[in-house]
Design a protein around this ligand. Structure first.
Ligand code: ZN
Ligand code: ZN
Length: 464
């Protein structure tokens, strides 16, 4: 097969004599307007920071970035970055002011906030002022390498210090003392909690002293440390019994809710919803848990004895679930789109709603809670589209209309900046760079507080 390649060469455009002055003016106008936009961005970030801090986005959205993406149409990554920079600038007043005066571009500030701390802000601001955006980017990358090196060394040091000492005391008791990595410690704590609950809550419910054999007639309830000791024994016995097999993630944790049938259909109906250990959950919560879950139907007689146990059924069969994922592609709540979700019955199966594609909508865990427990409503309209409403009944559109913009937004920006006494001109954001070569390694050695101690050699040895 032949492939023809056409190469077109665009000659360098040489401005005709006489145009030069005009083009210079055009260039100045671009530079000036850019500085105005950066100054306005500083204001925008301030507003975002306040909105974020006061949780103005917490009206059904999972984060400030998600709200921004929904409200002003930013892509997800850009929205997250705005929120990150807005938060970072809260403790970096010098960088914030340089942006607000139009002296430092948003691109430079964005890069610098990835590494700046109140201690290093001053030095990094000097980097931002002196260098081009590309220099700043390269210095920030070098800076992060040093930060990461320091962090990796710290993590390695902590990991190295992990230990578990088991020894026998003089009186024959076994003493255990240890240091575990945080994530390992979390698993151990969870296991101890589960074991303690298994030993003591069940026993409490049956009113029998637990963790003890029948021979032990002590009536004093065990203290927390005593309960922990019994729990550890149960964890060890269980581990040995199961051949030390962690099992599949899905089997590790299961919630069982006992719920009276009328409550599933009507949250106000008399009846109860309780977890296995006796803890009560709200009727709304049990409706959500039942909305997309394996369930076992048990019938009880008035005294609570089980009369009949139905088959364990999965309310949404696998083929239907695949179709649901294929159709919805993620959470359908406006502005969300999270890929993993649960099948929500628009009309609950306890109300006779069928488990069919048209009665199902994919919702993430956060938004499944929003519709069951926080009063948000969703309905399918005759044309098949979903319509969400806020708890007060106002509609929640897929994406809201953008506000009208004045006919001369640039003039408005200029006027507002003049009003604040801001003097922005074509050279406001000009770097101090005069064309010399940038030695990133040397710059980091001189600037980064940890650089000298992390194997680069002292600044003095490389300065020339
Ligand atoms: Zn649901
Ligand atoms: Zn969602």
């Amino acid at each position: 097969m032949n492939t023809d390649v056409y190469v077109s060469i665009t000659p360098m455009a040489e401005p005709a004599p006489g145009c030069t002055a005009e083009l210079e003016r055009l260039g100045d106008e671009i530079a000036e307007l850019s500085a105005h936009l950066d100054a306005a961005t500083a204001r925008l970030l301030e507003l975002i920071r306040e909105f974020d801090a006061r949780a103005g986005w917490n009206t059904g959205f999972r984060s400030c970035a998600e709200w921004l993406s929904w409200r002003v149409g930013l892509d997800r990554g850009a929205a997250r970055e705005r929120v990150r920079v807005a938060r970072a600038l809260a403790v970096l007043p010098r960088l914030a002011q340089a942006l607000a005066r139009g002296e430092l571009s948003y691109a430079k500030v964005r890069a610098l906030t990835r590494v700046a701390t109140p201690d290093t802000e001053e030095r990094l601001l000097a980097v931002g002022r002196a260098g081009t955006a590309e220099h700043v980017e390269r210095i920030v990358r070098g800076w992060r390498r040093v930060d990461r090196l320091a962090e990796a060394q710290e993590t390695a040091r902590r990991h190295k210090s992990r230990a578990l000492h088991v020894y026998q005391d003089e009186d024959g008791m076994v003493v255990i003392r240890g240091r575990l990595a945080p994530e390992v410690g979390a698993v151990v704590i969870q296991a101890l909690t589960a074991a303690r609950e298994a030993l003591y809550h069940k026993a409490h419910a049956q009113n029998v002293p637990a963790g003890t054999s029948g021979a032990d007639v002590s009536t004093e309830p065990p203290t927390m440390p005593q309960q922990q000791a019994d729990a550890l024994a149960l964890v060890a016995e269980t581990a040995l019994h199961h051949g030390i097999d962690p099992g599949a993630p899905g089997e590790r944790y299961q919630v069982v809710v006992h719920v009276d049938a009328p409550v599933l259909a009507d949250a106000d109906a008399p009846g109860q919803s309780v977890l296995d250990d006796g803890a009560h959950v709200s009727a709304e919560t049990s409706q959500r848990l039942a909305c997309d879950a394996s369930r076992v139907v048990m019938r009880h007689d008035p005294d609570g004895r089980i009369l009949e146990v139905g088959a364990r059924t999965r309310t949404i069969p696998p083929a239907l679930r695949r179709a649901l994922h294929h159709r919805d592609r993620g959470c359908r709540f406006p502005g969300c789109g999270l890929r993993f979700g649960q099948g929500h019955h628009i009309r609950h199966w306890a109300h006779g709603g069928p488990t069919t594609l048209s009665n199902l909508a994919l919702l993430c865990r956060r938004h499944h809670r929003a519709v069951h427990e926080e009063g948000y409503q969703v309905e399918r309209q005759p044309d098949g589209e979903l319509r969400f409403r806020r708890p007060d009944g106002r509609p929640l559109p897929e994406s809201p209309p953008l506000p009208a913009v004045p006919s001369d937004p640039v003039g408005m920006l200029r006027a507002r900046h003049e009003e604040c006494g801001l003097d922005v001109h074509a050279r406001t954001a000009m770097p101090g760079w005069l064309g010399e070569r940038l030695d990133v390694g040397w710059a980091i050695d001189v600037l980064h507080p940890l650089a000298a101690t992390h194997g680069r050699g002292t600044p003095a040895s490389r300065a020339h």
